[in-house]
Design a protein around this ligand. Structure first.
Ligand SMILES: Cc1ncc(COP(=O)(O)O)c(C=O)c1O
Length: 364
């Protein structure tokens, strides 16, 4: 069986270190907000190139708390894409703000900066740039727009741990950035986890307070916060994974270029790499008009690609008809029927990648 992602294989790669780390935490007697988390926060901030990193319970909370820390709330509008994990939009609404969705560009499937002006209103406060599939959104254009209109730029880097834009790590470019460390992510925990990065010290303090009941001092809620703490087990596991992140991203890149070589000439649109972007291939997403039969053919050979994402958020039952979007969402609505994520994870062997290519090549 070849799956789209394989967190179990990743666990096996790091098994003895992870087991030792779990034992260390068990014996430490400190299970919440201890030295593993502060170690992870320092190491992740240093890796990304920000002054601060703050661990939270998951990527959705990371986005919600980042928005709250910026006082983005009722009636404030936040522009982002519909072609993303539903979490991006769910977090905006959880913060009490209003999501406004634009289309993606047809080449790299990230936020189309040309549409930003159309949806801008006096209530627009921020843009969330989602670095989809492992590469940067068009940060030059998006940052320029944000600067011109005095908007806050938030990065959703949940699919882009370690990727770069003009040589700088994603997560260090916006005022604040959010990462999911869901198990299948390039930096994945063995459970839920999230991280927020920023170089704004006041903001970092506020996020730390918001993740624990608004406390600066224990039992004194200066802000209305909640519980979104990252536990010591996940923090210890993420420290191990962080040490291997560049090496594992390198393996993903080799597999991606192998796919690109093997599949050239097939009737598929292969992923492109945007100029100035260093892609880390969280997902290798091809576009096909033949998705159903291709998936059925692959399944018959015990290969299970994924679809990210099969339905744009503005068309999902819980959101349909009530979210403001740009006039044209053509690319988003079309690619939802075409995108297909081929199996890709650091432990996937070249022989397995060849099997995937052979399965695709067999389809007429
Ligand atoms: C782009 C994006 N944003 C946000 C999230 C939400 O993260 P989590 O599942 O950790 O809450 C994810 C993860 O699925 C994601 O891919």
């Amino acid at each position: 069986m070849i799956a789209c992602a394989n967190p179990l294989a990743q666990f096996h790669s790091d098994k003895s270190e992870i087991e030792q780390a779990i034992h260390r935490v068990l014996e430490s007697g400190s299970y919440i907000l201890g030295s593993e988390l502060s170690g992870l926060e320092q190491e992740f901030a240093a890796y990304i190139g920000t002054t601060h990193a703050i661990g939270v319970a998951n990527g959705t909370d990371a986005l919600e708390l980042a928005l709250r820390s910026l006082d983005i709330s009722t009636n404030d509008e936040v522009i982002t894409v519909s072609h993303t994990a539903v979490a991006t939009i769910a977090a905006i609404e959880a913060a009490g703000a209003v999501p406004v969705l634009v289309d993606v560009d047809p080449d790299f499937y990230t936020l189309d900066p040309k549409q930003l002006a159309e949806v801008l209103t006096p209530r627009t406060r921020a843009v969330i740039a989602v670095h989809l599939y492992g590469q940067a959104a068009d940060l030059d254009e998006i940052s320029a727009f944000c600067q011109k209109h005095n908007l806050i730029l938030i990065e959703d880097a949940s699919q882009a741990h370690g990727a770069k834009w003009r040589g700088q790590r994603l997560g260090s470019i916006g005022q604040v950035a959010c990462f999911s460390c869901y198990p299948t992510k390039n930096l994945g925990a063995l459970g839920d986890a999230g991280l927020i990065t920023t170089s704004d010290t006041a903001l970092a303090l506020k996020i730390r307070m918001l993740r624990e009941y608004g406390w600066r001092e224990r039992y004194v809620s200066e802000l209305v916060g909640r519980n979104s703490r990252l536990d010591e087990f996940q923090a210890a596991i993420l420290r191990i994974k962080l040490r291997r992140l560049d090496e594992n991203n390198g393996k993903r890149l080799l597999l991606a270029s192998h796919y690109t070589k093997c599949l050239a000439g097939e009737s598929l649109r292969l992923p492109g790499i945007r100029e100035h972007a260093e892609h880390i291939f969280h997902l290798y997403v091809v576009k096909t008009d033949n998705r159903q039969s291709l998936m059925a053919h692959m399944k018959a050979q015990d290969i299970y690609p994924g679809v990210h994402y099969p339905m744009p958020v503005h068309l999902q039952p819980a959101y349909k008809g009530r979210l403001r979007t740009a006039r044209s969402m053509t690319v988003t609505e079309k690619i939802a029927h075409q995108v297909l994520s081929l199996p890709l994870y650091p432990e996937l062997s070249m022989a397995m990648a060849d099997q995937v290519c052979a399965a695709i090549k067999g389809v007429k």
